[in-house]
Design a binder for this molecule. Structure first.
Ligand code: SF4
Ligand code: SF4
Length: 438
C-alpha cells in the first residue's frame, strides 16, 4: 500500500520563501543564443542549418540522430553565426549552434498537427518526438521513448512529479499555481496513451495551495487523483516517488514501466500539452534564479539557449560576493565556475550563496554514528561505500549495492564528520557506468 512517503531522507532548510511568491516573468534574451547539440541523454542532434542561414523561432535547427536522441529548435529569430564547440554548464566543450538574435522574435507560425480527438496514439507519440521533448527535471531522457514502453497495457499509473523537493526551487510551484490547466490537460494527453492507467498528481504537502487548486480542477476527472506527499527530501526522486504513491519498489535494474508506472515532471507534461495542443516545439522553460547572494530572486520563463549571465542580470545581479554558484538544486545540482554558458532543456535553476557551507567544513574521521545509513533513501551503507570508492574497490562497491545510490546527497548532509560521501560514491558510479557502456 502507498505510504505517501519513503524510508530515510532528510529535512534541509527549504529556502523557497525567497522566490515562491514571485510570478513567472518572461525574459527576452539580448545577446547570442547557444544551442548545444547534446542537451539530452543519447546521440547528439545533427545540424540542419548552416552558418549564415536566417532562422525563425520554432524552426528545427538540428534533427534527432538516433532512437535515443532529440531534435533542437531555435527559440528566437536571427542568423546562424557559427556551429562550433562551446563550453556548457558541466565545463565540457560541446558542439553547438550559435544564433545571433535579431530581437524580432518572428516565429514559424504554430498550429497543432491535428485536433486531439482525431489523434491516434502513434500521432501523439510522433508529435512529442518531433517537438524535441526530453525529461526537463534534469534527466534529459527523450520523453517519446519513455512514453513507448514495450507493454503499454501494463501501465497502471502515470505519475506527474509535482514534488519539487529540492530546496530553493520554485519553478514547478509557480507553474502549478499559474498554469494548472495545462498541467492537467498534459496529463490527460499522456493518459490517452495508456488505456488502463490512472493519473496521479503527486505534490509535497508543503504546497497546500497547489494541492487545493489541483483537487478543485480535477474534482470531475475520473482518471486523475491528487496525492499529498509528506515533505521530505528526496521525495521527487523517481524511485521514492513511485514507492510513496503506489507502494511499488524498483531498483537500478528496473525501469518504472516494469512496475506499471510512468513518471514525468511538471515542465515536461506542460511541454507535451504545448506540443500536442498548440503545435509548439520545446523552446522555453521555467528557471528559478535565487539564493541569498541574488538581489531579486525570481522565476523566469526563459528561451532555451539564453546565457546564464543574462538570467542573473535580470534578477538584479549579485547582492554581496557569492561564494558558491550552483546550476540546479543545492542537493543534486553542481557548482558553476562561469556564468557565460547557455541554459538548456534541462536547466532548472541558478542559485548563488554568500557562504559555501560545504567548503567551510573540513572532513574528519568517521565516528560510526550511522546517521548516513539512517538518511539514505536507497537503504545502502554510504560510509562503507565511500571507503570502497576512495580505494578503488570496484567489486566490493558493486557487491554492496553501490549502484543503487540515487546520488541524492542525503548522506553527506547527515554526516556530522562532513565526509564527502556522495562525491566519492558518485565518482565511483560514474567510472563503473562508463565501463558498462564499453
Ligand atoms: S548513498 Fe547515495 S542514495 Fe544513499 S544517501 Fe548517499 S547519495 Fe543518497
Ligand atoms: S554519518 Fe559520517 S560519521 Fe556517521 S557513520 Fe556515516 S560516514 Fe561515519
Amino acid at each position: 500500500m502507498a505510504k505517501l512517503t519513503f524510508v530515510g531522507g532528510i529535512h534541509p532548510y527549504d529556502g523557497k520563501d525567497l522566490s515562491k511568491d514571485k510570478p513567472i516573468a518572461d525574459l527576452l534574451p539580448k545577446g547570442e543564443l547557444v544551442y548545444p547539440l547534446s542537451q539530452h541523454i543519447g546521440a547528439p542532434a545533427t545540424p540542419v542549418v548552416a552558418k549564415g542561414d536566417r532562422v525563425l523561432a520554432g524552426q528545427k535547427i538540428a534533427e534527432s540522430s538516433g532512437f535515443i536522441s532529440a531534435p533542437v529548435y531555435a527559440s528566437v529569430s536571427g542568423t546562424v553565426k557559427a556551429i562550433e564547440d562551446r563550453r556548457v554548464v558541466t565545463g565540457d566543450m560541446v558542439k553547438s549552434i550559435i544564433i545571433e538574435n535579431d530581437g524580432i522574435y518572428e516565429d514559424v507560425g504554430f498550429y497543432p498537427e491535428m485536433p486531439l480527438e482525431k489523434m491516434e496514439k502513434e500521432d501523439i507519440i510522433h508529435c512529442i518526438k518531433e517537438a524535441g521533448i526530453v525529461g526537463m527535471g534534469g534527466a534529459g531522457f527523450p520523453t517519446y521513448v519513455k512514453l513507448s514502453p514495450k507493454e503499454p497495457d501494463r501501465i497502471e499509473y502515470v505519475i506527474a512529479n509535482c514534488a519539487e523537493c529540492e530546496p530553493y526551487l520554485t519553478s514547478d510551484y509557480r507553474r502549478m499555481l499559474e498554469e494548472p490547466e495545462k498541467l492537467i490537460s498534459g496529463l490527460k494527453i499522456i493518459l490517452r496513451l495508456f488505456d488502463k492507467a490512472q493519473g496521479i498528481l503527486a505534490v509535497e504537502d508543503n504546497k497546500p495551495d497547489c494541492i487545493k487548486l489541483l483537487k478543485q480542477l480535477t474534482a470531475n476527472e475520473t482518471r486523475i487523483t491528487v496525492k499529498a506527499l509528506k515533505t521530505k527530501y528526496p521525495q521527487g526522486a523517481e524511485r521514492q516517488l513511485i514507492f510513496a504513491t503506489t507502494g511499488r519498489k524498483i531498483s537500478s535494474a528496473n525501469l518504472p514501466a516494469d512496475v506499471g508506472c510512468i513518471v514525468n515532471n511538471v515542465d515536461t507534461i506542460v511541454a507535451v500539452y504545448r506540443a500536442v495542443m498548440e503545435g509548439k516545439p520545446l523552446m522555453e522553460r521555467i528557471i528559478t534564479v535565487t539564493g541569498d547572494a541574488v538581489m531579486n530572486p525570481r522565476n523566469f520563463r526563459v528561451k532555451i539557449g539564453t546565457n546564464y549571465q543574462e538570467l542573473l542580470e535580470a534578477a538584479g545581479g549579485f547582492k554581496g560576493t557569492p561564494e558558491k554558484i550552483i546550476c540546479g538544486g543545492p542537493m543534486m545540482g553542481f557548482a558553476m565556475f562561469d556564468l557565460n554558458v547557455p541554459t538548456t532543456k534541462i536547466s532548472t535553476a541558478l542559485l548563488a550563496f554568500t557562504k559555501d557551507q560545504v567548503a567551510e567544513m573540513e572532513p574528519s574521521a568517521c565516528i560510526n554514528c550511522g546517521k548516513c545509513m539512517e538518511a539514505c533513501p536507497s537503504r545502502i551503507m554510504p560510509g562503507m561505500l565511500a571507503e570502497y570508492a576512495a580505494h578503488g574497490m570496484e567489486e566490493e562497491f558493486i557487491k554492496n549495492y553501490g549502484m543503487e545510490c540515487v546520488e541524492c546527497g542525503c548522506c553527506s548532509f547527515a554526516c556530522p564528520a562532513k565526509r564527502h560521501l556522495t562525491q566519492q560514491i558518485k565518482s565511483m558510479r560514474k567510472t563503473l557506468l562508463a565501463k558498462r557502456k564499453k
